[in-house]
Design a protein around this ligand. Structure first.
Ligand code: SF4
Length: 491
């Protein structure tokens, strides 16, 4: 598919809109003032300035069909570049909708953080009606998505209001899993192939924690939350987990910590000893993820555990006294059906975890699923599944508290974190809304430095894979100096 730009270079936005309709497509970009008979499908997007107004024109030729759209916007308040870009996106959206018959419910919101826009509108003092009007008219959002975005922003508000400028969170990456799930695109490695890397990895991770703690105490930052993610952190043994947690406790001032989460994602890695270790070392929130309550679906996605194991782990975590348990599920998994997804949602609601995160399957390039015949089994109604989960969770007192979208999500849907009132994960909200510095340790970790006042963001990347993390550790540690530089510039 060729995208031809005339009088504009809105490549990123317009390609984003096209991907809503034809996701797995490669796009070629051309800058030209007229269409030179392209042989394949194309879009011609033109902006022409006429002093007091701009004329926007889109011509789509796709799948043997054509659609044209045109509009005029004044050079006044609407004359800003961003408005022209948005108006052109709307024209393209409307043209592609008429050709394909697809109605993308998020409209022309193509980014991963739709709630950020709503938060910005609320902080400008707009009320619910005004927010809905903008989402519908400017972004072509459906009523359903306006509702979920608005409700999420409302749940987040007190948590965002409680954020302190000198705070930060710690992310500890443990990129190992017992086996690799077919839909996984993370850097996570199955331990079968890299068991021997783990002892050195844990040593280095402890060094990185110590090194970072010195920097944060020099700057005067206060630790707000700790999050162990991955991978599956509970792939590590209880003594290894204890060592990491103790290193954190001995090096950081824990008195300001409001939340401590460990992803114990795979029930096949959970033992009583590990849960007791987590609890004894300050972890109050664990994530135990069934993904589905259907064993045949679990088998189809390569997760080597059963629903019974999930239930057992959940019960154990309750017995040990975790006050907040999160459970992840995924809509649209291979071989799953609407009925079986309903059963997953209903069973979880009955278990009453404090948090339920409803993901929609996203098929990234790196996932095994993307390269296998299993792709053909993705013919389930993810949209209906998400709709059902939303209705049931709202009806049972859960509130949406964070929301994000990824590339290549089935039916252009989203992931939503649901919570019982008062159990919102502050880490999830702050990272998603990009309002707090997150210092990431370990392979695959990406530190995000945030200046709350100016909104300035800077990332510092660790090595991606455990092998290179172990090997080039000293070199990587030097990058941590950027943290100090960032805060020095802020002064
Ligand atoms: S448990 Fe999560 S990180 Fe590990 S392989 Fe499965 S999807 Fe990937």
């Amino acid at each position: 598919m060729t995208l031809i730009f005339s009088g504009n270079d809105y490549k990123y936005e317009l390609e984003g809109v096209m991907k809503l309709f034809i996701p797995a497509t490669l796009f070629k970009h051309i800058f030209a003032d007229k269409i030179e008979k392209p042989e394949e499908d194309y879009v011609f997007a033109r902006v022409k300035e006429y002093g007091s107004y701009s004329l926007l024109y889109v011509l789509c030729s796709y799948d043997g069909k054509k659609a044209r759209r045109v509009c005029k916007i004044s050079a006044g308040a609407e004359g800003l570049d961003a408005d022209r870009e948005l108006a052109l996106s709307r024209l393209l959206f409307s043209a592609m909708k008429s050709i394909t018959g697809i109605d993308a419910k998020w409209g022309v919101i193509t980014g991963i953080r739709p709630v950020k826009r709503v938060n910005a509108m609320l902080s400008r003092g707009l009320d619910k009606e005004q927010v809905y009007d903008i989402l519908k008219e400017k972004y072509l959002c459906s009523e359903e998505k306006c509702d979920i975005a608005y409700k999420t922003a409302v749940t987040q508000k007190p948590v965002l209001d409680n954020l302190k400028g000198d705070s930060f969170s710690l992310y500890v990456s443990v990129p190992f899993c017992p086996t690799r799930c077919s839909y996984c695109s993370f850097v996570s490695q199955s331990i079968e192939g890299c068991m021997n890397l783990i002892p050195e990895y844990v040593n280095k991770l402890c060094n990185e924690i110590e090194y970072t703690a010195k920097i944060t105490s020099k700057i005067g930052l206060k630790l707000d939350s700790v999050y162990f993610g991955g991978g599956t952190p509970t792939t590590l043994s209880a003594p290894q987990l204890e060592r990491l947690m103790r290193t954190i406790e001995e090096n950081f001032d824990m008195s300001s910590v409001r939340e401590y989460t460990v992803e114990a994602g795979r029930p096949d890695t959970i033992t009583e000893e590990k849960l007791l270790t987590l609890k004894a070392n300050g972890c109050g929130r664990v994530s135990i993820n069934p993904q589905t309550m259907n064993d045949s679906v679990l088998e189809a996605i390569g997760r080597k555990h059963t629903t019974a194991q999930f239930l057992e782990s959940f019960k154990l975590a309750r017995k040990i006294g975790f006050e907040c348990i999160n459970t992840d599920i995924i809509a649209g998994l291979p071989t799953d059906t609407f009925e079986s997804f309903k059963h997953t949602v209903d069973s979880l609601i009955e278990l009453a975890p404090e948090n339920i995160t409803v993901h929609t399957l996203s098929i990234k390039r790196a996932a095994r699923l993307n390269h296998s015949e299993e792709r053909s089994v993705l013919n389930n109604p993810a949209d209906r599944m998400v709709e059902y989960a939303t209705k049931r969770l709202l009806g049972n007192g859960y509130l949406p508290y964070y929301l994000y979208r990824q590339k290549n999500m089935l039916e252009n849907l989203e992931n939503i974190g649901w919570t019982k009132p008062g159990y919102e994960s502050i880490y999830n909200i702050y990272i998603m809304e990009e309002v707090q510095t997150i210092l990431a340790m370990g392979a695959g970790g990406s530190t995000k430095l945030v200046d709350m006042e100016s909104g300035r963001l800077q990332r510092v990347f660790n090595y991606k894979f455990p092998l290179e993390y172990n090997k080039h550790f000293e070199l990587m540690l030097k990058r941590k100096n950027e943290i100090e530089e960032f805060y020095a510039e802020k002064e």
